[in-house]
Design a protein around this ligand. Structure first.
Ligand code: HEC
Length: 198
């Protein structure tokens, strides 16, 4: 009978290196999960929240039944084929949302949409829904709020941020100072009005 071949030293090194990586990954995973399951605070700060009115929850049901979440993500379900809709109520006004669902191309930046619009676009059915259903969805979407300063909110964080100051200083051309108003210098009410009509 042939003698069983022993491993070459190169092979041994390869297995040991792989084994070490595997072990480290396992330790890190168990450690992370232990911390996550035992901590009171969520691992990542929660920046989006909602508090539905009766019409808002009705809208969320219609939204689910209409399979909007086959493309969108909201409230921890759905896919990322389209945009995430969490916090959209702090970014878009009700008027914008209503207009977008009915005539997407008339309000969408650049006027070119991929899935919303007329048939054969895949989300064309959104503009063909009944006015009541669309309105309920708009109310639902407008109640998906985000904290000021989070990536989905249009309003900057309430406190002064050295990071933002540095970024503006570094990247914004000087002429922009005359051309645009810094949204942080607006009074809160002005910023709110801006949110309402954009
Ligand atoms: C086939 C995939 C798909 C489906 C289904 C779909 N959407 Fe969209 N949605 C998109 C894409 C992609 C965009 C970006 C605009 C575009 O290119 O059409 C978008 C954009 C949006 C926006 C604007 C987001 C923003 O801030 O710019 C809203 C609101 C929205 N969808 C709501 C809905 C609702 C409500 C439904 C269900 C009735 C729905 N969508 C179904 C793909 C989809």
């Amino acid at each position: 009978m042939k003698k069983k071949q022993s491993l070459k030293s190169g092979e041994k090194i390869l297995f040991i290196v792989f084994g070490v990586f595997f072990l480290l990954a396992l330790i890190a995973y168990v450690g992370l999960e232990t911390v996550r399951l035992n901590s009171e605070e969520p691992l990542f700060a929660q920046t989006t929240h909602f508090d539905f009115s009766p019409l808002g929850s009705q809208g969320s049901k219609i939204y689910r039944e209409a399979r909007c979440n086959s493309c969108h993500r909201a409230l921890r379900t759905g896919t990322s084929m389209g945009l995430s809709l969490d916090g959209i109520g702090s970014k878009r006004s009700k008027e914008w949302l209503a207009q977008f669902l009915l005539h997407p191309e008339s309000v969408y930046e650049g006027g070119i949409t991929l899935d919303h619009g007329l048939r054969p676009k895949e989300a064309a059915y959104a503009s063909e829904m009944s006015a009541e259903d669309r309105h309920a969805i708009v109310v639902f979407l407008s109640e998906l709020k985000a904290d000021p300063g989070s990536s989905v909110a249009k309003v900057p964080p309430p406190e002064k941020s050295a990071f933002i100051d540095n970024m503006v200083e570094m990247w914004a051309p000087k002429e922009w100072g005359d051309k645009y108003t810094d949204i942080r210098e607006k009074t809160p009410t002005e910023a709110d009005v801006l949110l309402e009509d954009k």
